[in-house]
Design a protein around this ligand. Structure first.
Ligand SMILES: [Zn+2]
Ligand SMILES: [Zn+2]
Length: 451
């Protein structure tokens, strides 16, 4: 069996099993990904090779003209039978699902979705329910959900997630991607930039908690993110090469998750910030900013916190220990009730199960942090500067401040102090809380953002 190496490209990782220096075997659920100029042209051959003859092609009234008709003509002229449907119920709920079912020719052997976001989620769910293989032709790359096995649909007016199956093929034709709205491009970049902080969380947890960690996969994801950061200037010109790199990075993080079996390679505290905002916005009946923009802003906030921490000459570990001894679950629950509103009960139960804030565990982590402090600082130093990311987002006219995406000061403070409670996972935010510094540093960076 081949050993996984960090120099392997995305297409070399797919459809096979690797042994790895981390001790685990890795297998990507995705079969194929074509991301390049004219990637679409490779699709008919792939479909034929896999014995697919009758295609149920699904678009919406926007993606049909961007790529849907092109896909239909290409596949038809290659001798494949195509039944195309343009979704009219854009609610992406039960009615959309019913519509897809009604228009399905019962003898189709593969579903091909054209679009991104909701249409991808719906087609992935629909094909799973019909036990048909699924392929997606991307019209934009605003987030890393392409290779995901989860679909989020509106059921009974409620956003609900379902575990389904990853697609077999993802097509990212850069000639199509370069036509995507600017905000979608910068959102994709924001989601990819978030990999720096999420990988740092994973490394920290390995160091402090001995959590399972894969160096090779971390290396592969960070190479993707680094490549895009280094060439980000060309995003503005819609350089197809960089747009392809963003898409490849986003697809790869999805693949990395399936290889590791959890979301460590894709989601850390910057995503907890975004999850918290989404929850609060939903409670207030407001529409949140695109996921990738929230993650981009969240990443900048985390970078600022780590920079504020690194400015300290000395960390008072004894003070952290005293604070850990004074932890009061009842008082914490009260704060959570205020910060989470109707969602608080679930968060409190999660903590009752995980006990990540309890004194015993926290004291152990403080000791580990003290023993390894130099290594922790080195990890934090390897993060890109907040100013670099801010400048990049500004150049792309993407949001880089919480206020630009409807987050006021009170919500920002609550976010930095309490968003870590959305998951039982060790992150930079949990580390700052363990050290008794989260509140101080939050106030420090908020003051700085005022001036
Ligand atoms: Zn590994
Ligand atoms: Zn994301």
């Amino acid at each position: 069996m081949q050993e996984l190496s960090s120099t392997l490209t995305l297409d070399k990782c797919l459809n096979q099993t690797f042994s790895c220096s981390c001790g685990q075997m890795h297998k990507a659920a995705l079969k194929a990904a074509f991301i390049s100029k004219d990637a679409l042209d490779r699709m008919p051959e792939w479909l034929k090779k896999n014995q697919y003859k009758k295609i149920y092609l699904i678009c919406d009234n926007v993606t049909v003209s961007i790529a849907g008709e092109k896909v239909r003509d290409l596949l038809t002229s290659s001798g494949l039978e195509v039944h195309m449907h343009v979704i009219s119920h854009l609610s992406y709920d039960e009615s959309t699902l019913g519509e897809l079912l009604i228009h399905e020719n019962s003898d189709c052997d593969v579903v091909v979705g054209v679009g991104t976001g909701s249409i991808n989620d719906m087609c992935r769910y629909f094909s799973f329910k019909l036990q048909l293989p699924y392929c997606i032709v991307a019209t934009a790359a605003p987030m890393d959900g392409f290779a995901s096995s989860i679909s989020a649909l509106t059921v009974n007016h409620l956003k609900t997630t379902f575990e389904v199956r990853t697609p077999q093929l993802i097509v990212g034709d850069t000639e199509i991607l370069k036509g995507a709205p600017y905000s979608m491009i910068s959102a994709g970049l924001g989601d990819l930039i978030g990999k720096f902080t999420c990988l740092c969380d994973w490394k920290l947890s390995r160091l402090i908690n001995g959590e399972y960690y894969c160096e090779t996969i971390t290396e592969m994801v960070s190479t993707c993110a680094r490549k895009v950061l280094d060439n980000a200037g060309s995003v503005k010109e819609r350089d197809p090469q960089v747009l392809g790199d963003i898409m490849e990075g986003l697809v790869f993080t999805g693949v990395a998750m399936s290889m590791v079996g959890n979301s460590r390679p894709a989601s850390g505290c910057e995503h907890h910030i975004s999850h918290y905002w989404e929850m609060i916005f939903e409670q207030q009946g407001r529409c949140p900013a695109p996921h990738g923009h929230q993650v981009g802003v969240g990443t900048i906030l985390i970078l600022k916190l780590t920079e504020a921490l690194r400015k300290r000459d000395k960390i008072d570990f004894d003070r952290a220990r005293r604070e850990a001894e004074q932890y009061d679950f009842a008082q914490w629950s009260q704060e959570i009730r205020r910060a989470y509103g109707p969602a608080a009960q679930g968060v409190i139960e999660l903590e009752q199960d995980a006990g990540k804030n309890e004194t015993g565990g926290r004291l152990k982590r403080i000791n580990k942090l003290e023993e390894n402090w130099k290594k922790v600082v080195l990890l934090l130093e390897s993060l890109p500067p907040s100013q670099t990311v801010t400048k990049l987002m500004e150049e792309l006219s993407a949001p880089c401040c919480p206020s630009q995406i409807g987050v006021d000061r009170q919500l920002l403070k609550d976010t930095l102090l309490y968003c870590k409670e959305v998951r039982a996972r060790y992150t930079i935010l949990q580390m700052l809380w363990d050290l008794g510094l989260l509140q101080e540093l939050t106030e420090e960076i908020m003051k700085e953002m005022d001036t």
